[in-house]
Each structure stands twice: as C-alpha cells, then as structure tokens.
Design a binder for this molecule. Structure first.
Ligand code: BEZ
Ligand code: MG
Length: 570
C-alpha cells in the first residue's frame, strides 16, 4: 500500500508534468510563406518573450518585476521549487492577464493592470510592454513575397539577424536577408555564462542516475543553433572540459584558459564532439578552438580522477602506442563539402536490417577529423574511422541542445539522424546503451531531459495533441504529410535509440487510423501519407518496438489493404 506521503508526492509530480505540458509553446499549423501568423497563439509567444530579462532593450522579465514587487528575492528560486507553489501560480496568472490587456488595449492598459494587480510601477514595466507591443505589430506585417521578388530581380534585401523570436525579437520582421555571426565572436560572453548551468545540470542528471561522472560524453553541435545562441553549445563543451575562452588583441576567441580544479570542483569531462556540415562551414575557427581546448586539458599535470581527458588519452597511449595527436582527436564532422549522416534516409526507406547499421553509417559519414598535425598545421577532414570508434568506445552519455520552440525532436528527421545515430554508434561500440539527454535551454529555467522524457513530452504536446494536429489539418494534404512525418521521426527514435514507449504507437493508431471519422478525413485529404503512416506502424511492430494485440494488427493490416486497393483502382 502506498502511504499518504507517497501519494501526495506522486500527485505533486503529476501536477508538475501537466504544467510542463501546458506551458509548452505548441506551434499550431505551418508557416505559410508571405502570410502573417494568426493572432491565436500570439499571447503565448509574447508571454514566453516576457519571461526573459533583455538588458539590450532595457526590458525586465515581467515575472521578475512582479516577484520583486511581492518582495520575492529570486524568481529563479521559485522556478526550482517543486511542487510549483502558490506564488508562482499567482505571478504566472498576472503575467497572462497583463498580456491579454496588452493585446486588447495596448501598452497603457497593460501597465495599469500590472500596477493595480502587483503594484509594479509603470516606468518599470513600460519598456517591456513596448517591446512586446512592437513584436506584436511586427508579427502583423509580412514582407516575405516582396523581398523574394526583390532578390529575384537582383535588388537589395535588408539584412536581419537569424534566431528564434524568443531568443532575439530583432529577427522581426521576417523576409529579410538572414545574416549569421562572426565565428570569432563565438562563444559570446553571455553564451558562456548561460552555458554553465546547462553543463552543471547535465552532469548532475548523470550523477543522479549513475552516482558518478561520465567517463566521456558525446555531444552534437549544429551550426544554426550556435548562430542563434551565439555559441551556447560550444560554451557547454568548454565548461565540461573546464576551460574558458580567451580573446586576442582583435577580440577574437582564439584560445582557452584553464579553470583551476579548485574552482571547477569536479573532474574535467572528456567530450567527443560531432559537428554538422553547416557548423564546420560556418565555424572553422571554432573547430580550432575546440581542438585546442581538448589538447590543453590533455596536457595538464593533474590526477586521472580529476581529469578524464588525460586519463582516457594516457590509457590509450599505454595500451597501443598510439600517437598523442591521434589519441587526442575529439572533433569530427563530414568530409569537406559533404553534409548529413544519411541515417534519416536509411530509416525512412527501411533500408536496414540490424540497428547497428544505423550507428555504423553515422560513423562512416562523420568520421572526418578536424584537428592539427604534430607541427600544428590544421587538418581539415582526415578520414579517421578508427579514431572515432576509439573515442566513442569511452562514451557513457550522449547529448544535444534543442534550440527552438518550433522545431523539436519529432518535427524534423535531423535530431534522430544525429543524436540517435551517435547513440546507436556508442551502444554497439561499448556494448551498453548510453544515457541520452537533451537540453532545453530556451525555457527560463535550463532543463535537462532524458530522450525518453522528451519523446513523451513531444508526443503529448504535438503528435497526439488535438490542438497541434487540427492546426496541421487546416493545411490539408500537407498537414497529413506532417502528421506522418512526426510518426516516422518518432519511429526514428525507436530505430536509433529504443526510446519510444509502446503506448505511443498504440495511441497514434487509435487517434489516426482506428478512429473511423478521423481515418476518413485523412484519407480524403491525403491517402498517400496515410498509407505510409499505417505501414510505419506495422513496421514498428515487425521490428519489435511495439507489440499490440493481434486484433489491432489485423485492423491495421485491413486498413492498409483498403488504402492500397483504392489507390490501385483509382
Ligand atoms: C545545422 O544547423 O547545423 C543543422 C541544421 C539542420 C540539420 C542538420 C544540421
Ligand atoms: Mg532538412
């Protein structure tokens, strides 16, 4: 029998999870080129924008302003409290009310509302509301088609930064010529500061599960994420190694400085970095910085138990007389001029028998080392499968950041091709499944989730959420294709990482295939994607990821046959 304390704890946890799902920004429908986004969902977006301090714009987070007015010293501490307390609910409720006022009646109304409900002075809240009002009005305009026509005519298109609206509201209006970053500025000072709690939380999570630090960690770095966050992923890698970037006379981040162990207070973690082709193209100097960071740490005269990089490399040197330059190689990507892992294509085309093939393909595509030779000359993409295999054979955890509310791990096939691909490669090389984590550093509170938790969260907030799929179905043919994509991407997480609970497949079947009115709707809109969806579910069963009652399988087979016969006769 469970005790009352136990019961209360479980109810508190459940309520936590419901709030997490509720608070998630859920994209409703696709962006249509040239069309301004609809008003619904905008309040949610503004609320998310308003939950961060923005010193560049002189705007404080509304949550923090209210907390301060209530005499609460740190809103961040409230965020850490579990279960969520009354004060946080109260504050969140006032923020919602203020944003509703702003959307309906403007800055003055919103700022009076905040004064009356929380006694926040107008002069404090005004800059934030003005920023939000500005974002709101920019969301109404859309220059995309006009800009495209200008570009096609060879005319000037205004530049604008590339980011997520929440991360950098200056990305609006859309329809500008997106520019990236100066690679030498990465990681920015702010990114390095933001990266510390993420790196700490990642290690803490691993310790909670294993009681110790990971021997080595494999991390995925993407180009666009590091543009948007000014190199937060890069900065996390540096924190794990225990170094900070230093700048030269031209203010370029070209070197690192060792953080003393007495300050770091934990071992230096060995990090194997696999970067995308886009990252490699955009951040050549950063590849050099990361390589330098590993070499610097490997050469420190520190005890093995505090420096895992040195330990792993010295053990390797002692075991088979490898050269230091080979043993220290930790930065991998595609061959020059080459992109992607192709693991996604292999999964989508069902072109594999054994899951190990998916990890092997990852290594075949990504085993090009970006490092230096013993004379310090840059080596751009030396094919080195053995070095990558050896580096991966030490890895106990794999990791990637999620950088956008709009694009999560089941929206596109790229997360499973990368994080899934490397996890499978690690599993076959170590004979043990790594712990797989994602970092959601977008929310005001950095959150590390396991892959399994993230798949569940994405499934509940998107694939199985009527708000999400009805939004998609407004787009007819394309909407059904999106649903099918989500199912295939979910399946990709089974294939690469066994990370999908069977109930997810059951609920997908119930929602889209076994519900007759829904089945008919989808068939009308796009029978081709519906057929692929049915096939994918049956494949999930055939490959052992889902074992429903025979009755369900029979029904699915019947529906698939029906779809195929209608299409042949059409
Ligand atoms: C990147 O930004 O590096 C990236 C984006 C999409 C897919 C793969 C990589
Ligand atoms: Mg793509």
């Amino acid at each position: 029998m469970t005790s009352t304390v136990d019961r209360d704890r479980r109810i508190a946890e459940l309520s936590e999870q419901l709030i997490e799902i509720e608070e998630r920004l859920i994209p409703t429908g696709l962006h249509v080129f040239g069309r301004a986004p609809q008003a619904d969902g905008r309040a949610d977006l503004l609320r998310m924008v308003a939950s961060f301090d923005r010193p560049e714009q002189g705007a404080r987070a509304l949550t923090k302003l209210i907390a301060a007015a209530f005499g609460i010293e740190s809103y961040d501490d409230l965020l850490q409290q579990e279960p969520i307390g009354e004060s946080r609910e109260l504050i969140d409720g006032i923020v919602k009310g203020a944003i509703a006022q702003l959307c309906e009646s403007g800055v003055d109304a919103a700022s009076s509302f905040l004064k009356s409900r929380a006694n926040v002075e107008g002069e404090l809240s005004r800059p934030t509301f003005e920023l939000l009002a500005n974002i709101n009005s920019q969301l109404d305009s859309n220059n995309e088609i006009e800009s495209l026509m200008r570009a096609l005519r060879g005319e000037y298109v205004q530049p604008g930064p590339g980011a997520d609206i929440v991360q950098n509201p200056l990305v609006l209006p859309t329809g500008r010529n997106t520019h990236a970053v100066n690679p030498y500025s990465v990681p920015s000072h702010a990114a390095f500061i933001r990266a510390k709690p993420a790196a700490d939380a990642l290690l803490q999570r691993f310790r909670d599960e294993h009681g110790r630090y990971p021997r080595a960690l494999a991390m995925i770095l993407w180009g666009l994420d590091n543009i948007k966050s000014q190199g937060e992923g890069v900065a996390q890698a540096l924190w794990l190694l225990g170094v900070r970037p230093t700048r030269d006379a031209l203010n370029r981040a070209t070197d690192v400085e060792v953080i003393p162990l007495s300050e770091l207070n934990r071992p230096r973690i060995d990090v194997v970095m696999t970067v995308s082709g886009i990252f490699r193209d955009l951040f050549a100097p950063t590849l050099g910085l990361l390589d330098k960071a590993v070499r610097t740490v490997a050469e420190l005269d520190e005890p093995f138990e505090m420096n895992y990089v040195r330990r792993n490399i010295q053990e390797k040197l002692a075991a088979d007389g490898a050269s230091f330059d080979d043993a220290v190689t930790r930065v991998f990507s595609n061959a020059p001029g080459n992109y992607g892992t192709n693991v996604n294509f292999m999964v989508m085309q069902s072109a594999w028998q054994d899951e190990a093939a998916l990890g092997d393909l990852f290594v075949t595509r990504k085993c090009f080392a970006y490092t230096r030779d013993s004379e310090g000359r840059t080596i751009e993409g030396r094919e080195a499968p053995q070095l990558m295999n050896e580096a991966l054979s030490q890895v106990e955890a794999t990791y990637q950041n999620i950088d956008s509310f709009e694009v999560g791990i089941t929206d596109v096939d790229h997360y499973f091709e990368y994080l899934g691909g490397i996890s499978r490669a690690v599993e076959t090389r170590t004979q043990s499944r790594p712990s797989i984590y994602l970092c959601d550093s977008l929310s005001p509170q950095t959150k590390i989730r396991s892959l399994e938790e993230t798949v569940r969260l994405e499934t509940r907030t998107k694939t199985l959420n009527p708000k999400w799929y009805e939004g998609m179905l407004q787009h007819g043919f394309r909407g059904v294709a999106e649903i099918e994509n989500h199912v295939t991407n979910t399946f990709g997480w089974s294939a690469t990482a066994n990370a999908v609970d069977p109930w997810i497949y059951t609920e997908i079947s119930n929602t889209f295939l076994l519900d007759e009115p829904m089945f008919e709707r989808l068939r009308e809109l796009n029978p081709y994607s519906l057929e692929s969806l049915a096939k994918r579910l049956l494949e999930a069963h055939e490959r052992g990821y889902w074992n429903p009652d025979e009755e369900i399988l029979e029904k699915l087979r019947g529906l698939l046959e029906h779809l195929q016969s209608v299409q042949t006769s059409a």
